[in-house]
Ligand binder design. Structure first.
Ligand code: GCU
Length: 623
């Protein structure tokens, strides 16, 4: 009988309370303001003063109380002090310190910070906007990797943990007319109990890696909303609205002006309301027809707009159904990195580069590995007609038995789903990647699957799961992950021909997979240095990679319920695990595109395969 550290209900209760407790402890903490780019805001991006602080000298008070974890009450950098007179000793000065650009990782901005893991202090001065009386103000961060301690005019607003999801703090009434000092202690050190944990195959880019905004809302505002097809229908719209503020009971209206649809209702005492209405002629979103509709949501005190695509995504036996019709996911995996800049991607230009390459490859799907991306990525995918797999960095050897680790993973998944729940392109929430099977890991991941299904029962839930080899026949692979019964897509990564044997072993390989669900291959691939040409058995040659793609696609096509793949990976990316001189030089070379933006031979192998799959799909759809 496995040892039960916690009963599942008790664990769920603890997990539900823990984030609320954290929020209470950082009094100003607020779930990130929803639909923030549709709101009036002051953009705080640009040059921020920075102080590199590897000993956390600006935070702890080591001199007076060694090994004391309490922040330094008089000397902390968060006080942004200046000498009172010529005799006053202050050993830091943001005004004369160098700067870093926000958004952006520090590693690719400053050679001194290329490998740096530790604390960097950021400071931005700004003046209070002239807001109407009663306006509420929130400071919003798109993401900070990995921990952020946030201070305004010397007062702590809160601490956020997790490198890839948005967060905000209310600052109403805390601003001075001029010279407000917003300071962030950013620390990207890796920790055993963190999410991700200490070992990953990607660069640990630190910094304020996405936008920082000072967002204005009315006193009672629309704090979140969900607009979608009513589950199980293709002609009914469901809208959930939540208000936040002193006047929670209000009349709320939802309209789709382009379709002549409108509906209104009163919120309850909790500020929430759900509206449903028929929408017979609703144009459905699909990769071929990525139709987005203007949606206007208004209360008596607030109004917000968004562009929403309506579609359904379900499975039926071995098929994935988009709007009720079988679809094959022609995908590719990626990292949130612009390979030509060799840094964390953060801008719409970076997003267009990556999704543009995917489109050129013939993709109708992308896997945003291994963590939540910037908000614009799913919005751009909505517009371009590319379906998206989004995931949290529950990657490899997570600290499965640590309730704080589970609360962290659950909070990141909750923030991702809350942020992107209105994106038609988002069709898969993934809770893990390549995690060794154990009872503790199964419990942990089942909690996350429960969270995803509770927050959003309308999308597919999956994970890159495990497989095993038949002890009697190494060419017989068995997808036997215990979670296969819990997920909608049976997804797994496989590297036959690269990490397991050579490409000629691929055609001898046969697969045993769960029969009545869609099978999805979330990774396969091989490294190739762009421009290195040799025979097909020479490692790191373009020929080896191309041959592996040809053989793998032929092998996977034999799996009767194979319904899609996201080969690893669109473009070369930085990784400290890849030191091979003159070949890797700190880069993972499995990209179909080199770090110089030049396509490799395997790109065209996959492009040709996808063109054929698209033609088959079009014929089936009678297009
Ligand atoms: C794993 C992992 C990736 C990694 C890849 C590789 O499947 O999911 O993050 O980069 O293998 O080894 O290249």
């Amino acid at each position: 009988m496995p040892s039960r550290i916690f009963s599942v209900p008790a664990l769920r209760l603890a997990l539900a309370v823990l984030p609320l407790l954290c929020a209470f402890l950082s009094a100003n903490a607020y779930p990130a303001v929803a639909n923030v780019y549709a709101r009036t805001s002051v953009n705080l991006d640009g040059k921020w003063a920075r102080i590199i602080d590897p000993y956390d000298n600006g935070y702890f008070d080591y001199r007076l109380k060694p090994f004391d974890a309490s922040p330094n009450p008089t000397g902390g950098y968060f006080l942004d002090r200046h000498p009172r007179d010529k005799s006053d000793l202050v050993e830091y000065d943001f005004d004369t310190s160098p700067t870093l650009m926000v958004p952006g990782d520090w590693n690719s901005q400053d050679p001194k910070l290329f490998y740096y893991e530790g604390t960097v202090w950021y400071r931005r001065l700004f003046n209070a906007p002239s807001s109407a009386p009663g306006t509420r103000l929130f400071v919003y961060f798109g993401a900070v990797n990995y921990e952020a301690d946030v201070y305004l005019n010397g007062h702590k607003l809160g601490k956020h943990v997790g490198g890839f999801t948005p967060f905000s703090y209310e600052v109403t009434g805390l601003l001075r007319p001029v010279g407000n000092s917003l300071i962030v202690r950013v620390n990207n050190a890796r920790h055993r109990d963190a999410v991700p944990t200490v070992n990953t195959d990607w660069w640990n880019y630190g910094g304020i890696t996405r936008d920082v905004l000072l967002v204005e809302t009315p006193s009672t505002y629309i704090s979140s909303f969900l607009v979608r097809l009513k589950p199980g229908t293709l002609d009914q719209v469901e809208v959930r609205v939540q208000l936040d503020g002193p006047r929670l009971r209000q009349r709320v209206s939802v309209s789709l002006p382009g379709l002549g649809l409108s509906q209104s209702a009163e919120t309850g005492d909790d500020g929430a309301v759900t509206l449903e209405f028929p929408a017979a002629k609703l144009p459905l979103w699909s990769p071929e027809h990525p139709t987005l509709n203007e949606v206007v949501i208004a209360s008596e005190t607030d109004r917000t707009t968004d562009r929403i695509g309506f579609r359904s995504i379900t499975t039926r036996g071995p098929d994935i159904l988009l709007n009720g019709r079988p679809v094959f996911l022609r995908g590719v995996s990626m990292h949130e990195e612009n390979p030509m800049r060799g840094g964390r991607a953060y801008s719409i230009e970076d997003d267009r580069l990556l999704l543009g390459w995917a489109k050129e490859l013939g993709c109708n799907f992308v896997r945003l590995a291994h963590y939540p991306y910037n908000e614009a990525m799913a919005r751009l995918a909505d517009q371009m007609g590319i379906m998206v797999w989004e995931e949290v960095p529950v990657y490899w050897t997570i600290d499965w038995s640590n309730p704080g680790t589970l609360a962290n993973a659950r909070a990141q998944l909750t923030d991702l789903i809350t942020r992107d729940q209105n994106r038609a392109s988002a069709i898969v929430w993934s809770v893990a990647n390549e995690t060794p099977v154990s009872d503790a890991r199964n419990r942990f991941l089942r909690e996350l699957i429960h969270t995803a299904r509770t927050l959003d029962g309308t999308r597919l839930v999956s994970a890159a799961m495990e497989q095993s080899a038949d002890p009697k026949d190494s060419n017989h692979k068995i997808v036997d992950d215990p979670l296969s019964g819990d997920v909608d897509l049976v997804s797994f990564n496989e590297y036959v021909g690269w990490y397991v044997g050579l490409p000629d072993d691929i055609l001898k390989t046969r697969w045993t997979v769960p029969p009545n669900k869609p099978v999805f291959v979330s990774e396969f691939g091989a490294d190739a240095l762009q421009g290195f040409h040799a025979d097909r058995l020479t490692r790191f040659s373009e020929e080896y990679q191309a041959d592996l793609y040809k053989k793998t696609l032929a092998m996977l096509s034999k799996i009767p319920n194979w319904r899609g793949t996201t080969p690893w990976i669109l473009a070369d990316f930085r990784s400290p695990r890849r030191p091979l001189p003159n070949i890797e030089d700190g880069w993972n070379r499995k990209g179909l595109i080199g770090q110089n933006g030049v396509k490799k031979e395997a790109f065209y192998v996959l492009q040709k395969f996808y063109a054929r799959k698209a033609a088959e799909q079009a014929a089936k759809d009678g297009q």
